[in-house]
Design a protein around this ligand. Structure first.
Ligand SMILES: [Zn+2]
Length: 66
């Protein structure tokens, strides 16, 4: 079965690209001074809508549960 293609809910475009926030946009756990993680986004290449965001290292955040 073919994997379902991601589709932009705003414009219907299926050309979705991966992107990374770097530098000051890196997300870090609230109780940690040094550990931070890249934020990876899925972006519609037609209208710029961000479909999804996730951190690259979610296990770093387990100590910051609220
Ligand atoms: Zn779009």
């Amino acid at each position: 079965m073919e994997k379902e293609k991601k589709k932009c809910p705003e414009c219907g475009c299926t050309e979705i690209a991966g992107g990374e926030f770097t530098g000051y946009a890196a997300l870090k756990p609230t109780n940690s001074i040094i550990a931070s993680s890249l934020v990876i986004a899925e972006i519609c290449t037609n209208c710029g809508y961000i479909l999804n965001m996730r951190v690259s290292d979610p296990e770093k955040f387990k100590k910051s549960l609220i």
